[in-house]
Design a protein around this ligand. Structure first.
Ligand code: BGC
Length: 419
């Protein structure tokens, strides 16, 4: 196959503020981590101290040969109290963006990656009526301060994840049942609100939540475009490759519709949609089907299925009909040789999509660093770069060298030849 990767194709790695920066103390996720009855395995603490080490981290990422860095801004830092915007925090992110440009990395900036300011939770979180307007106001303030340095803008990260998680029994309680769940009951008590109104981004999968997120995305897009109409803006979705074995077709169709398709349909009209795929979810007559006999698995017994990415990119192109950017793709494993093989196969799938004329704009692996994997704590290792959390020392793995090398080779091959 001739090299199908366009010259301006983005090759990168991703992080999210709460997972790497450390001490995101004014956020709702920090609050949840520390509640009695919390479902978080451990608190995020200092994370990998990216907040202070971003310069060396960005230099390391660029040194691998990559051309892009996707990271998120923490709304809770920028607006720690409703209506109070911290210029010092905005300046911090300005320095992060400047470091990206100094090192030739296109910054792909996510405005919201799961964590929100704690005060938003008191106002009904991601079911709150005012949330779209409040989110758009924050986006507008960010654009005033940082807009000129942003390369690509992602509004919300994985608004559809709660529906997928709920199918695995994580979160997703109906408002009237939240009071029976220790974590939500404790949150309600501390916040002085009714448990039925506790609706953090990652865990609420109600119809109201769907509409609030959609409205927030549209309002944020308009707010961002008001500052820079030409900036590419989209949201990023959690797209598992949803499949069935005999007897599971109906469930698979329902979940595919609820988790993937309706969000892809809602993306129509955006500049691009971010696709974030880790594997497949297979349904059988009894719900989730186990990994097939003999299938390769990671150390946690989960199936390794890199082919999923090609399927979800094709699904996004078919349903949304807009350009696609792979904004996350990766594998949790302690065995980096598995990760190299996974990335190779996934990137092959992207090449096949490009060869078929699908407009894919970039491939961004999850994650730059081993980091705080939300409710699972620090145990799962998704990083292309290892971090010793006692010393905060960074050590690139073979997978980091592989992706950087592949990016270098393909960016070069794609460059126009002199006449
Ligand atoms: C999220 C990341 C997360 C990753 C691996 C995605 O759902 O955007 O924050 O760490 O998957 O689970």
């Amino acid at each position: 196959m001739t090299n199908p990767f366009p010259r301006d194709f983005l090759w990168g790695v991703a992080t999210a503020g709460h997972q790497v920066e450390g001490n995101n103390v004014t956020s709702d996720v920090w609050f949840l981590e520390h509640l009695p009855g919390t479902i978080f395995a451990e608190p995020s603490g200092d994370a990998v101290d990216h907040y202070h080490r971003y310069r060396e981290d960005i230099a390391l990422i660029a040194g691998l040969g990559l051309t892009s860095y996707r990271f998120s801004l923490e709304w809770a830092r920028i607006e720690p109290e409703e209506g109070h915007f911290s210029v010092a925090e905005l300046d911090h992110y300005r320095r992060v963006l400047e470091a990206c440009h100094e090192h030739g990395l296109t910054p792909v900036v996510t405005f919201h990656h799961f964590a929100s300011p704690l005060w938003l939770l008191r106002l009904g979180g991601w079911e709150g009526e005012r949330t779209p307007e409040l989110f758009a106001r924050y986006c507008s303030r960010v654009m005033t301060h940082l807009g000129d340095l942003i390369g690509v803008a992602c509004t919300l990260n994985e608004p559809n994840l709660p529906w997928l998680l709920a199918s695995f029994g994580i979160g997703g309680e109906a408002p009237e049942n939240r009071g029976n769940v220790p974590m939500w009951a404790a949150a309600a008590e501390r916040l002085g609100v009714d448990a039925g109104t506790v609706a953090p981004f990652q865990f609420c999968s109600t119809e109201a939540g769907f509409h609030v997120k959609l409205a927030a995305h549209k309002a944020a897009t308009a707010a961002i475009k008001a500052h820079r109409p030409e900036l590419q803006v989209g949201w990023t979705l959690a797209n598992s490759d949803i499949q069935s074995i005999p007897g599971g077709e109906e469930t698979a169709d329902r979940v595919r519709r609820e988790v993937n398709e309706r969000f892809l349909e809602a993306s129509r009209g955006d500049d691009f949609v971010g696709i974030q795929t880790y594997g497949r979810t297979v349904y059988g007559p009894d719900g989730h089907a186990p990994a097939p006999e003999g299938a390769p698995t990671n150390g946690m017994g989960e199936e390794i299925y890199p082919q999923a990415l090609e399927a979800t990119v094709r699904e996004a192109w078919r349903v949304a009909g807009i350009p696609v950017m792979v904004t996350e793709n990766g594998l949790a494993t302690d065995d980096d040789t598995q990760r190299v093989a996974y990335l190779e196969a996934a990137v092959d799938g992207v090449a096949a999509c490009l060869a078929d004329g699908i407009d894919v704009r970039g491939y961004i692996a999850w994650s730059a660093f081993d980091n705080f994997e939300w409710i699972f704590g620090y145990r799962p290792k998704f990083g292309l770069i290892a971090v010793n959390r006692s010393t905060q020392e960074r050590t690139p793995k073979e997978s980091a060298r592989w992706l950087g090398g592949f990016a270098r080779q393909h960016a070069r091959a794609a460059a126009p030849q002199p006449a």
